[in-house]
Structures are given as C-alpha cells and as structure tokens.
Design a protein around this ligand. Sequence first.
Ligand code: AKB
Length: 315
Amino acid sequence: MQQSILILGACGQIGTELTLALRERYGNENVIASDIREGSDSLMNSGPFEILDATSYDAVEEIVMHYEVSEVYLMAAMLSATAEKFPERAWNLNMNSLFNVLNLAKEKKIDKIFWPSSIAVFGKNTPKENTPQHTLMEPSTVYGISKQTGERWCAYYNAKYDVDVRSVRYPGLISWKTQPGGGTTDYAVEIYLQALEEGTYNCFLKEDTALPMMFMDDAIRAAIELMESAGEKLSIRSSYNLGAMSFTPGEIAGSIKKQLPEFSISYEPDFRQAIADSWPSSIDDSQARKDWGWHPEFDLERTSAEMLKQLRTLN
Ligand code: AKB
C-alpha cells in the first residue's frame, strides 16, 4: 500500500497550495489535509480532510496510525505580528505541534518531517545584507524565538535520534489563492489586492524597508524538492536559508505601477516596522543551492505579472 502524507495546518496560506500540489503529485487519496477549521472548496473536495488540533499528540497520533502516514508537513503556526499580541498562545502552538511530530518520528511512527522556519530567526545584530547560513541569531519576536528554538530541536532530534526532519527559512511569501494572516510581510500580498480593488494602498512599513520575499510557486517547489532529496546530501538539519528576491514597498509599488499607472501608495508604519527592521534585507542561500540544487524562478516583475493576472480572474 502507498503510504500517506499528512499536512497539519492545511488551510493556511502555504498549506492550501502545498496540499493541492502534493495531491497532484502523489494522488489525491494519499494526501490527508488537516486543520482546526475547514478550508477552501478546492482543498476540501479534492481528497481526505480531518479536523485536527496539531497541539494534541494523541489526536495527531490517531490520524497518523489510521492513514498509515509516513510523511508529515507541519504548516500550523502563529506568525510574527499576531504572535506579538498572544505570546503564550504562539509559543504553545508553534512549539507543541513541533514536539508532537518530532516525537512521532523518534518513536518511528512516521519517517520524514517538513517543518518551515523563517527569516524571523535572525535579529538586529545579524548581518542584514546577504545574511549567511551560519551567523549571529538574536531574534527579538516571539515568533522568531519559537522558530529559532524549533531549529535547534530539529537539529537535536536528527543528531540524537536520527529523525529525518527537513526545513527551510521562508522569507515573506506572496500568493493569490489563499491570503496570509498575521505576518509582517503580508503587505506584499495586500498591496496587489488593494491595487486592483481601490487603486491605492496604505502601507504599514516604510517606503525603503527591504525584505526577502518569494512567490508561492517557488516556496512549494522548495518544500517538495527538499523532501525528495537524498538525505545524505543534506548538510543542514536545523533549517536552510532560502532566497528568491528582495524588495522595498517603494519598489513593489513601482512594479505595480508599470501595469496600473494610476496606482498610488502612502506609508503609515505601525508596530510591524520594528519587526521588519530586525530582519535581514537579503539572504545568502548558497548552501541550499549546493546541497539540493535550489534555484528560484520568480523575480519581482514575474511575481507582479502573475499576481495581477490571477487576481483579476478571481474578481
Ligand atoms: C511573517 O511575516 O511573520 C512571515 C515570515 C517572514 O515568516 N511571513
């Protein structure tokens, strides 16, 4: 019998597209989506779905045994901006869900884990430009602390218990199928929606705040390629730096204006500015390129063209 893949947090921004991509690749019946709430029609109607709380070990174990799950993609998490408002809830969700899957792998109930980390693991004393794989990391957000701690646990479970866990440090992710929620980089999705709907956008970051970003198709391909790579090639078991493009709110606005000349932008930085200021502006992902052949396909211009084209078809 073909073993199954379980996605925890399947209804979120990454989970939705990841589920659909994995179903296309491995067969609808072999990819079990789960979340604490129901998701989009395309996700709910294309294969098995379970209401599941990723922080409950017993509940996750039951689904793993029932479907004979071999691989888990843990996408449930509270992102940076929301986590600042609910620090304990964020810590509990982000850490307990990770321990659950790491322990299932330690007990040999599953074979392989994908768990996303983030550029939030870095802090204001990290080199900002071309941030190296190995560098000073002093995250100042609850989310960043949880991701950095998670990375250390992943490396520990790999070294001590031979757990096959694989991870990338995602930059801000830009998608049109499912909206992000509660992140600092969410402006880079909102801006396209508002450009089409209102012709104007009031940005919560300053005009010149450069952050690393990635189009969702690249992010999904990265997860699948890393999971399909031969384990011996992987020299990093904490989390790989992953880059694609880097831009400021001013630059993304310029790229939208090429297609929508009337578009205007204003700036009203809020508490998320301090979070963005503590993060890198660009990432050195040479280790991921070397170990498992990572290469991004979407730059800012291609992303803008695709976002505006796809969002127009939804309206
Ligand atoms: C956030 O803004 O919190 C996330 C991230 C960079 O991990 N998109």
